[in-house]
Design a protein around this ligand. Sequence first.
Ligand code: NAP
Length: 310
Amino acid sequence: MSLYSMIAPKGENGFGYGSTAEDVTEGLDLHGKTILVTGCNSGLGFETVRVLRLRGAHVIGTARTKAKADEAGASQGSLAGGFTGIACELSDPRSVRACVTDLQTRGTSLDALVANAGIMALPKLETAHGYELQFFTNHVGHFLLVTGLLDRLAPKGRVVMLSSEAHRRAPQGGIQFDNLDGSKSYDPWTAYGQSKIANLLFAKTLAKKLAGSGKTANALHPGVIKTNLGRNMGSIAGLALGLASPLVLKSIPEGAATQCFVAVSPKAEGITGKYFSHCQVIAPRREGEDDALADRLWQRTEEIVAALPR
Ligand SMILES: NC(=O)c1ccc[n+]([C@@H]2O[C@H](COP(=O)([O-])OP(=O)(O)OC[C@H]3O[C@@H](n4cnc5c(N)ncnc54)[C@H](OP(=O)(O)O)[C@@H]3O)[C@@H](O)[C@H]2O)c1
């Protein structure tokens, strides 16, 4: 807990900057619920899995390999809720499709799907299947996973997309449709911002598609937290983050709060198509509210996915 966490105000729902994942789920009995969390082996995903299991949910945790997922689940020891580890390498469409097929075959019904995994600010342009790697991993990989599992969503199932306040650093217009491979220009933070506004726009269109079904889709910013996500930041930025941590950054338990809140809290029931930060609904950057842009991105991503190897 940082100094700021101790004094930060709470919102009307009683939660805020300093709330932890345990705080926002306190008193909830999640026995009988099944929740999928991507990126279960590290940082916010690991803590989200731990707390949802603590409250009794059965968690399906995905990681790049099944061994990584299983190891993460086992390292949490015995908790009220069970754990199933599945491989889902988001930059490999075959791995994502295999994960979808596995869950379809098991007939798993999902009460929530937390699209948590992500990479940030790759120093040099990297690509997968012809697309910039952050856009592909954070957005396209999750698009393939979530759309493949939509029919597995329980009647009040919730889709939770990890975006970031860094979505405000997306390029002019939000998405550079003519530069999705990064060949015209590449900046690590602009590309990360583009991938995160894509997560936000995806939730927005999905919410529209789910309207009236009782199922919801939202996006969120977890806060700024020192995790492995910063592995590509230079040593000076890493040092600055380390120094800022006790003053203003969130701890990992605080960082996992908003996604747990949006995924399971009765206080978030029925809310859809929104962007959360510190467990409160806030306004994203203007393009994050742009329906036409969101629809265009959805269509383009459908085309991208249709052309990927099977
Ligand atoms: N930390 C922050 O300050 C912050 C701020 C805003 C938003 N976020 C968002 O929060 C989410 C969680 O981040 P974190 O801070 O917990 O980071 P983290 O500790 O680095 O965890 C990221 C997770 O994503 C997984 N992942 C990365 N690439 C993958 C791929 N190609 N296929 C499958 N899994 C992959 C990682 O697996 P490996 O360990 O195997 O790489 C890891 O499990 C991210 O979406 C991030 O954008 C974080």
